[in-house]
Design a protein around this ligand. Structure first.
Ligand code: SF4
Length: 372
């Protein structure tokens, strides 16, 4: 069924739930979670550091994807002090493939801040936690409630949708008024004790039952308390955000061979891949296929000072980054002349194929390295 895309004004009925509603909701949620909670690796942890790592990894990433990364990360860096002392490049190499690399950079910076300012102990004070890089209101609430049973609310994509439906809130949940109402609901609903379990149960209900497109109301413990269900308005609540259409983009990466070695560049410090390395990569503007080798050779020379002769196309990759749908052609090129040492502008490295394994690369960069 097509869903409406415009936010409706918030009706007066979308008020905070009363005491009786809250008592019944807690009881039903608690019983349901006791029977249906998934056994996830981070749920066996009480160490705030492990919970912190899991919360950062789970941002915009599926549980199944995170699980092996979580285990490898904790094995490599079992404590905040170990992470703080690690080389950033090694941290990023371990994070490779998980995407959103800013998370890893901020986690690493935050670990150093915890060592410097809190003696390596994760702080219990909400304000101190919020000052750490990469930790917002949701993440602080999740860590503090789960690790310390602090009475802190949470609101993320799944619980935001859940609360909108439970309250029958038809407005825009990301507006100031919507955020105020939903955070207040998340806070007022907290039990006196067991807040970590309560918050995890809310997330579980949102992610497993109150699904975005087809909520499983028949299996929902809160069905009789849910205003959206009573009004048969699940499909309109919350209103769907209209995404801008994906934009097609043509890019090329160049494997420049100089003897046995290939050229890698460090990604710009202000970009999404800061700290990672990559093969020279450019957006293509040529109108014809025939013009591509000349455009690429010029782009390489302008950026690195290296003069190359373009060779054959090795592979083509299709992938998406944010709103871009990218076709990436990968070309081989022979080194002719130019600086063999790092330039002043960007760090350059001539590496043997076997050395590539030590450098953190983006997903397509790693695929290209396998071709090399
Ligand atoms: S009854 Fe349906 S819409 Fe309401 S909270 Fe449960 S799953 Fe979501």
């Amino acid at each position: 069924m097509p869903r409406k895309t415009t936010a409706l004004p918030c009706p007066a009925s979308a008020a905070l739930p009363d005491t009786i509603w809250r008592q019944q909701f807690r009881k039903k949620l608690h019983g349901w979670y006791a029977r249906h909670a998934r056994d996830l690796p981070w749920r066996r942890q009480s160490d705030p550091y492990a919970i912190w790592v899991s919360e950062i990894m789970l941002q915009q990433t599926q549980v199944a994807t995170v699980a092996p990364y979580f285990a490898r990360f904790l094995a490599a860096y079992p404590s905040i002090a170990a992470l703080a002392a690690a080389d950033r490049q090694d941290v990023l190499r371990l994070w490779e493939g998980l995407g959103y690399y800013r998370r890893a950079r901020q986690l690493h910076e935050a670990a150093a801040a915890v060592v410097r300012e809190h003696g390596g102990q994760f702080p219990r004070d909400q304000q101190a936690v919020r000052r750490l890089p990469g930790i917002g209101r949701y993440t602080a609430g999740a860590i503090l409630s789960i690790a310390f049973d602090a009475r802190q609310p949470i609101l993320e994509a799944n619980t935001l949708r859940l609360w909108c439906r439970l309250l029958g809130y038809r407005g825009d949940p990301r507006s100031a008024a919507g955020q105020q109402l939903l955070w207040a609901a998340a806070e007022i609903a907290l039990p006196r004790r067991g807040c970590g379990t309560f918050n995890q149960a809310l997330m579980e209900l949102g992610s497993q039952i109150c699904l975005p497109r087809e909520p499983r109301c028949e299996a929902c413990p809160a069905a009789l308390l849910c205003r959206a269900r009573a009004e048969q308005a699940q499909a309109e609540i919350p209103p769907v955000q209209v995404k801008p259409p994906a934009e097609a983009r043509h890019e090329a990466a160049v494997v420049i061979r100089r003897g046995r070695k290939v050229l890698l560049l460090e990604c710009p410090a202000d970009g999404r891949w800061a700290g990672l390395w990559d093969f020279p990569r450019y957006r293509l503007h040529s109108a014809t296929e025939a013009a591509v080798p000349g455009e690429l050779a010029e782009a390489v020379r302008n950026e690195t000072g290296v003069v190359v002769r373009l060779g054959r196309r090795l592979a083509t990759f299709k992938h998406s980054v944010t709103r871009f749908r990218i076709t990436l052609d990968c070309f081989e090129a022979a080194y002719l002349s130019g600086p063999a040492r790092p330039s002043d502008l960007r760090s350059m490295q001539w590496l043997e194929p076997a050395q590539l394994d030590r450098y953190p690369l983006c997903t397509t960069g790693r695929e290209i390295s396998r071709l090399v």
